[in-house]
Design a binder for this molecule. Structure first.
Ligand code: LRH
Ligand code: MN
Length: 388
């Protein structure tokens, strides 16, 4: 029998990090739709993220993306975050939006371009020193579009050399999180396309180099929870970029497209000891709210993650292990499905009440009038976006 008090306690200490860029305008190559009240500055992005934490209680940090969130004084930005009741979290580098990076950044054939890219990564570590961030997250758009365009082997040499220089620069309390992605924007080869490539590079660097699993970065049909189990077992799972997709890297709300997959992933996290705070797993969202309102989109996403986590925490591990050992295929599957088929919304409403929060974060946010207030106040200036 699962200990409900322990499940509630575990849910109260959940921590989900929000992406600053989810609060800015985003879209596709076809259109980026502007929305009223969208932040114009990293400060306003933090203000909006703080609303998500205010109503969910489990989103106390915000990942930044440099230069999208570049400011003159990062110490002051971190202070502003604290004033809003949140903290600056993971620092994301960006070596995918400069004309120089057409043929790659750290994997580019031209050493001058590689130098420029590595210097940006090192500058992001300086930002971490100012904001007190633990993690540097690296995703590389690097790849090729046609066979023969470049040496796949030489590009790996360049990647390893760049990562080694950045890893060397990190402080002892800082970590490098390497994110892989199957394809896009490159359409023939991607230099960090899968968990194996990311893991091999992290093992070569050192124990503070860990792999990030972005749930939108796999080939259709990939058993992502298997990858999670493997990385946890290897002690190299650094974190997640949570989102969901029907087709490619759609960056939809986590749990929206495939809540059962999210449950299976969180089941492996819980069973693999990754949910314990001391495991140091960074649970981050990485999403784009192209057509839906952004703050409610983030609140709904956090709630989806809470629901998948609650169901995973309700799995009767003893019954499951007994059925598995007995080779009771249907019995074991039933233990898992019983947890998944449990309506955990009343449990989460109770947890929120016990945290002093409104049991219905979406309704509470709507009643707050925040959206109307910022839409009225944020007139003029340039709305934030990806600047792509
Ligand atoms: C790349 C990615 C990466 C970010 C970007 C915003 O697709 O997932 O994590 O830097 O989205
Ligand atoms: Mn990502």
């Amino acid at each position: 029998m699962t200990d409900l008090a322990a499940v509630k306690a575990a849910l109260k200490q959940q921590r989900i990090e929000l992406p600053s860029w989810a609060f800015g305008n985003s879209g596709t190559r076809f259109k980026v739709f502007a929305q009223p009240g969208v932040p114009r500055t990293p400060y306003e992005k933090l203000d909006d993220a703080a609303q998500v934490h205010r109503f969910t209680g489990v989103a106390p940090s915000v990942a930044l993306h440099i230069p999208w969130d570049a400011v003159d004084d990062y110490d002051d930005l971190a202070k502003h975050a604290a004033d809003q009741g949140v903290a600056v979290g993971t620092i994301n580098a960006n070596v995918f939006q400069d004309d120089d990076y057409k043929l790659g950044s750290v994997c580019h054939p031209d050493p001058r371009v590689r130098r420029k890219a590595v210097d940006h990564l090192l500058a992001c570590v300086d930002v971490m020193d100012a904001t007190g961030s633990r993690d540097l997250k690296l995703w590389f758009a690097d790849g090729t579009n046609y066979p023969g365009q470049d040496s796949l082997r030489a590009r790996q040499e360049r990647l390893a050399e760049a990562l080694a220089e950045v890893y060397e620069r990190l402080g002892l309390s800082q970590r490098l999180l390497l994110e892989y992605k199957l394809f896009e924007p490159a359409f023939y080869s991607t230099d960090v396309p899968d968990w194996g490539t990311a893991l091999v590079n992290c093992l070569a660097l050192g124990e503070r180099a860990l792999v990030v699993v972005d749930t939108g970065h796999h080939a259709p049909g990939t058993n992502i929870e298997f990858i999670v189990a493997m990385l946890l077992r290897a002690g190299r799972l650094g974190g997640f970029d949570f989102n969901s997709r029907f087709y490619a890297d759609d960056d939809l709300m986590v749990g929206a497209a495939d809540p059962f997959q999210l449950f299976r992933i969180m089941h492996e996290v819980v069973q693999g000891g990754g949910y314990r705070p001391e495991a140091g797993i960074a649970f981050m969202l990485d999403q784009s709210h192209n057509i839906e309102p952004k703050i409610p989109g983030q609140i709904r996403s956090v709630m989806n993650a809470q629901e998948a986590t609650a169901k995973a925490l309700l799995v009767d591990a003893a019954d499951l292990e007994a059925a598995q050992r007995a080779g009771d295929v249907l019995g074991a599957n039933a233990v898992l499905m019983d947890a998944y088929d449990t309506d955990v919304r009343p449990l989460l409403a109770e947890v929120r009440r016990e945290m002093g929060l409104d049991p219905d974060p979406m309704a509470a946010y709507a009643r707050s009038g925040y959206a109307e207030r910022v839409a009225a106040e944020r007139v003029g200036g340039t709305q934030a976006g990806w600047g792509a």
